[in-house]
Design a protein around this ligand. Structure first.
Ligand SMILES: NC(=O)C1=CN([C@@H]2O[C@H](COP(=O)(O)OP(=O)(O)OC[C@H]3O[C@@H](n4cnc5c(N)ncnc54)[C@H](OP(=O)(O)O)[C@@H]3O)[C@@H](O)[C@H]2O)C=CC1
Ligand SMILES: O=C(O)C(=O)Cc1c[nH]c2ccccc12
Length: 518
């Protein structure tokens, strides 16, 4: 079955997402709608050429099977490619990173600086801003696929996976799309793949969480999850309530307010809100730097002081702070602080109203726990996401059946060749130190010596992100390599004097959220 690998490596022609990173606005608008999705023909080609399905529809793979072609799945695919390990990457949708394509609002920007959001082995182009947009991130992912010749098998939804003592048996539902994108499906068939290694990369945000709230079925207005929110434009003239004050809730509210929509927010509990930047320096980078010298509690005090200077007392506007500081809370519970990009200012100026938790829904409105009743036309549930691993993976030692995350936080390797990628509760940041076993451990290719000779893989299994062995030519790089503008050069000097060099950044991130030793 070497056949796969040459397929995967060789066919770089498959570039339905290919486009330059500098587009006219018109092209960008078009791309939002169509060209980011694969054509049914290319899906058919990908799904029919790569997998040799044997008797009774069972394929036994020589390399690992990766479930999910989001950023984590793509990163694993790239790392495996660099190790000459053939893999098979399954994706339920018809495009990679479907969450980023379909479940994000149009104006979304990454909220950590770009160096923390890169996938292994390939930087963002220099011309990208510090906080790349959703569109730029998607272009980067596309270039990433091209650079590493990644060709996922699309429209294959994993319905069950189980270890039979020798292999992981992964059953998939093969959904042949009819060409429409609104979830309609055509013919279905079940296939089975067997592999000794199963890499679960279905994501921390695989499914939206839609809580059952009292009386919500009586509500006559529109109810939607924040994953279906695209832009405030279509809500003009309506009264909208956003439930939840995580990063989604805050950014959806801001987008609505920017479109002059009558916006309210329901805040159930407390939450930390920090400015995204302090005097032009990213708050996140600042905390990483401070954590080099200081204990987390002290760093939290500094952050809270800065937040108080810049945003004022958020408790006064209805968002009380938890008793534990933001970075410590992130370490202990995984709850991410909100990085404010303007919502607090809109709340202060009265464009967004803040209400406490919801007691119940009525036909045309909502009663809050403080007894107030308000009418609304639309309710947007920004109530977060969950993993879908428990729905399909028949295993309960490594993955928790409740949360769908690995039982021990930061665990990445289970028994019998089971791996988790991208489940460290750190979003894209979690891919900074993504690990896949070195091949000698993976047991692939027989003897280790021949592999060691060629492999760039370091003994500890962490591949330095910046190294691009064998001079992989990323089109992105050649296209974007230009002399940095002066101001950037000064910024570089600044970071040389004050900032941590890149390598140290990684180990720092490790210190903040240490991984358990192998
Ligand atoms: N620009 C960016 O980079 C963005 C990044 N993100 C990231 O995406 C991930 C998902 O974020 P998000 O979608 O905000 O999800 P979160 O899980 O972070 O937040 C969910 C919010 O919904 C509230 N909530 C949950 N259930 C209920 C309920 N039954 N009733 C009332 N409120 C409820 C929670 O409140 P409580 O605390 O009381 O449980 C919380 O405030 C995060 O990692 C986030 O950082 C999101 C948006 C933008
Ligand atoms: O965006 C996310 O989901 C993150 O988890 C990013 C993140 C990890 N740690 C943080 C600390 C402060 C702000 C964002 C993050």
């Amino acid at each position: 079955m070497d056949h796969h690998f040459t397929e995967i490596e060789g066919k770089m022609a498959h570039e339905p997402l290919a486009h330059s990173s500098t587009f006219s606005d018109e092209t960008k608008d078009k791309m939002e709608h169509d060209s980011l999705v694969y054509s049914p023909r290319s899906i058919a080609r990908a799904t029919t050429t790569g997998i040799p399905v044997g008797d009774q529809g069972v394929a036994v793979l020589r390399g690992p099977l990766i479930v999910g072609a989001g950023p984590a799945g793509l990163a694993c695919a790239a790392l495996l490619t660099m190790l000459y390990i053939p893999y098979v990457l399954l994706e339920r949708d018809v495009c990679v990173a479907s969450m980023w394509h379909r479940r994000t609002y149009r104006r979304l920007c990454l909220h950590l600086p770009k160096r923390y959001c890169e996938l292994p082995l390939m930087h963002f182009p220099r011309t990208y801003p510090t906080y790349p947009t959703r569109q730029q991130f998607l272009v980067y992912l596309n270039e990433y696929m091209r650079a590493f010749g990644i060709r996922p098998f699309f429209s294959l939804e994993v319905v069950a996976a189980e270890y039979n003592g020798e292999y992981w048996c992964v059953r998939t539902k093969d959904v042949i799309p009819t060409g429409t994108l609104n979830g309609q499906s055509g013919e279905e068939s079940i296939r089975e793949y067997r592999s000794k290694w199963l890499i679960v990369a279905t994501g921390e945000n695989a499914e939206p969480v839609v809580p059952d709230m009292p009386g919500i079925h009586n509500f006559k207005g529109q109810v939607m999850h924040s994953c279906d929110y695209r832009s405030g434009e279509s809500f003009q003239g309506k009264k909208v309530l956003v439930v939840g004050c995580g990063n989604s809730g805050m950014e959806v509210s801001l987008d609505l307010a920017n479109h002059n929509v009558h916006t309210s927010m329901a805040v159930r509990r407390s939450g930390h809100v920090l400015p995204r930047e302090v005097m032009g320096i990213s708050t996140f980078s600042l905390s990483v730097w401070l954590l080099k010298f200081l204990r987390v509690q002290i760093v939290d005090r500094i952050l809270l002081l800065l937040a108080w200077f810049i945003l004022g007392d958020t408790a006064q506007i209805g968002i009380p702070r938890p008793s534990m500081g933001p970075m410590e809370l992130k370490q202990v519970s995984g709850k991410t602080p909100v990085l404010d990009v303007g919502t607090i200012a809109q709340i202060k100026s009265g464009n967004i109203k803040v209400f406490p938790a919801i007691r119940s829904f009525q036909e045309y409105g909502v009663e809050f726990t403080n007894g107030r009743i308000e009418s609304f036309d639309v309710v947007i549930l920004a109530t977060g996401y969950k993993s879908n691993v428990p729905y399909w993976l028949k295993e309960n030692e490594f993955f928790s059946q409740q949360s769908g995350f690995p039982n021990k936080p930061n665990e990445w390797k289970g028994k019998d060749g089971l791996y988790a990628a991208g489940f460290s509760r750190r979003g894209l940041l979690g891919l900074l130190d993504l690990r896949v076993d070195p091949p000698w451990d993976l047991g692939y290719m027989g003897g280790s010596a021949s592999v060691q000779g060629r492999s760039p893989w370091p003994r500890d299994g962490i591949l330095p992100r910046a190294s691009r062995p064998w001079g992989i030519r990323t089109v992105l790089y050649r296209r974007e390599r230009r002399k940095p503008p002066r101001i950037l050069a000064i910024g570089k000097l600044w970071s040389r004097v004050w900032g941590a060099p890149r390598d140290r950044c990684y180990s720092l991130v490790n210190q903040i959220w240490p991984r358990t030793a192998k």
